[in-house]
Ligand binder design. Structure first.
Ligand code: NAD
Length: 493
């Protein structure tokens, strides 16, 4: 018998029962057992959260606070998270099956989470405006950056804490207040984080969390008249709906959406490096990463050798319980997703794609496990090559010349990331210029840093997270005109 933990939602630095009295269950994907209940927030709860964020922005200290002071709060957030890394990591493991080694070290001292908070803490008082030399005598024109006010942030279920930090740090640094909605499949680490952050003593209402489903919690939040801006990370299908809801009130939206990222392998690549880089860019997270580089475009002269090496390397991966230290790939994060990935594998098989490694051998009676799965010689127009599986599934395609592979790489609705593997760096840079993607990796994959913007081209989204651009998206420009020698002629003399 498992003790089921009941969470409440978080507004004004305190915990609240959902107005409907309803909760939904959340399962541990390693066992399929319900371990927690999460509030199903509806309009009354959303109104409470938005009112708190609005008050904190317009009446509370946050809206009037000096940027450097906001920076001190951000630094403290990074410190508190690092001291609670293990606690937060263990909830993430229970909630979505991430291996502790994939989450806890990243939250610890000197790791990327602290880097992100410190980076934006430092940027609070460095986001300078400018004087504009408009060609008009006796007029002084300057530009300043201002926050939007209340921002709604919608999170996906993969890497909930990671995606949260990428959004939250720049948004708070810019001076906004926030209502967050995590995914219905992975809300608990976000709620646990709020408990941890009580120690930071942020002014009430600066940071609030409502939980629930996309349609019944997410949509009313986005549509709330006092929400001034939306930052969304999720699938392209959900993103289209969110953008259309936001458009009713012409709200700006940052969209971090799905991808189907190509990896181009040239015959002059270091094949060992490419195989390791590509395997690491897909399988350790079970393919549940937006930039998973699962569309493998391999030159025809090396495709057989490449595929053989990739299969022999990844078939050794140990799939299993995320809490077992020997495990290298954990479960799919939730049951509906597990079922969806299995369906995609069967559909590709039925379509005639050649299965060279079948990860279904890792499936068990309990828990949502799938091992590395590889299809070879998959047509570029097929569903498998075109659409996100978001599971441990890769497909290979062969190509003959440079123009053809550039065409193949760009021939999808997505444009999130791409990998190029070649020892000829001039050629790799030439190709990188022609790839329609927000991030291009040459002879490496999967790296990210607080300082470097990420985001999508085409239907992988717009706006950016991380870097200067990440903060810019949470600010709006105001142009102020000051007459230094006020003189206005009578208009109708
Ligand atoms: P999803 O689109 O199903 O859900 C994401 C969030 O949106 C959830 O909180 C959900 O409740 C909410 N939502 C869904 N429909 C909504 C609606 N109509 N109105 C308001 N909110 C709504 O995505 P997911 O399955 O949780 O996450 C996986 C997807 O996220 C993948 O496609 C992945 O590529 C993408 N992703 C992108 C990035 C990036 O940085 N580009 C990062 C992580 C994940």
């Amino acid at each position: 018998m498992v003790d089921i933990k009941t969470f409440k939602y978080f507004v004004n630095n305190s915990w609240h029962e959902p107005s409907s009295g309803k909760f939904f269950d959340t399962e541990n994907p390693a066992t399929g057992v319900t371990w927690a209940r999460v509030p199903d927030c509806r309009s009354a709860d959303i109104n409470r959260a938005v009112a708190a964020a609005k008050h904190a922005f317009y009446e509370g200290p946050w809206g009037k606070m000096m940027p450097a002071q906001r920076g001190r709060y951000l630094q403290k957030i990074g410190d508190v998270i690092s001291r609670n890394a293990e606690r937060l990591g263990s909830v993430e493991t229970l909630d979505n099956g991430k291996l502790p080694k994939q989450i806890t070290p990243s939250l610890e001292k000197d790791a990327w989470s602290v880097d992100s908070w410190n980076y934006y803490a430092g940027m609070c008082d460095k986001f300078e405006g400018r004087i504009i030399p408009a060609e008009m005598p006796n007029l002084h024109n300057y530009l300043k950056w201002e926050p939007f006010g209340v921002v709604a942030q919608i999170l996906p279920w993969n890497s909930p804490i990671g995606t949260l930090i990428w959004k939250l740090a720049p948004c708070l640094a810019a001076g906004n207040t926030v209502v967050l909605k995590p995914s219905e499949y992975a809300s608990c680490s976000t709620l646990e984080l709020m408990d941890v952050l009580l120690e930071v003593d942020l002014p009430p209402g600066v940071l609030n969390v409502v939980t629930g489903y996309g349609q019944t919690t997410g949509e009313p939040l986005i549509d709330h008249k006092d929400v001034r801006m939306v930052s969304f990370t999720g699938g392209t299908v959900g993103g289209r709906i969110v953008a259309s809801v936001a458009a009713r009130q012409v709200k700006p939206v940052v969209m971090e959406l799905g991808g189907k990222s190509p990896q181009i392998v040239f015959p002059d690549s270091d094949l060992d490096l490419a195989v390791n880089g590509i395997a690491s860019g897909i399988f350790p997270a079970g393919g549940q990463s937006c930039i998973s580089g699962s569309r493998l475009l391999i030159h025809k002269s090396i495709i057989d050798e490449f595929t053989e090496r990739l299969v022999s390397r990844v078939k050794k991966a140990r799939v299993g319980d995320p809490n077992d230290l020997k495990t290298q790939i954990g479960p799919m994060a939730n049951r509906p997703h597990y079922e969806k990935v299995l369906k995609k594998i069967s559909a590709a098989e039925e379509m005639g794609c050649k299965l060279v490694l079948d990860g279904r051998s890792a499936c068990r009676e309990v828990g949502y496990y799938i091992g590395p799965t590889i299809f070879s010689n998959v047509p570029n127009g097929s569903d498998l090559a075109q659409n996100e599986v978001f599971g441990p599934v890769a497909s290979t395609e062969s190509w003959d010349d440079e123009e053809q592979v550039i065409h193949l790489a760009n021939d999808t609705i997505y444009g999130l990331a791409a990998g190029i593997w070649s020892q000829n760096v001039t050629k790799a840079m030439r190709i990188a210029d022609r790839i329609e993607a927000g991030t291009v990796y040459i002879n490496n994959y999967f790296n990210a840093a607080a300082q470097s913007p990420v985001g999508g081209y085409k239907q992988s989204g717009y706006g950016r997270e991380n870097g200067w651009e990440g903060m810019r998206c949470f600010m709006q420009a105001k142009s102020v005109w000051l007459a230094t020698d006020p003189l206005q002629e009578e208009p109708f003399s």
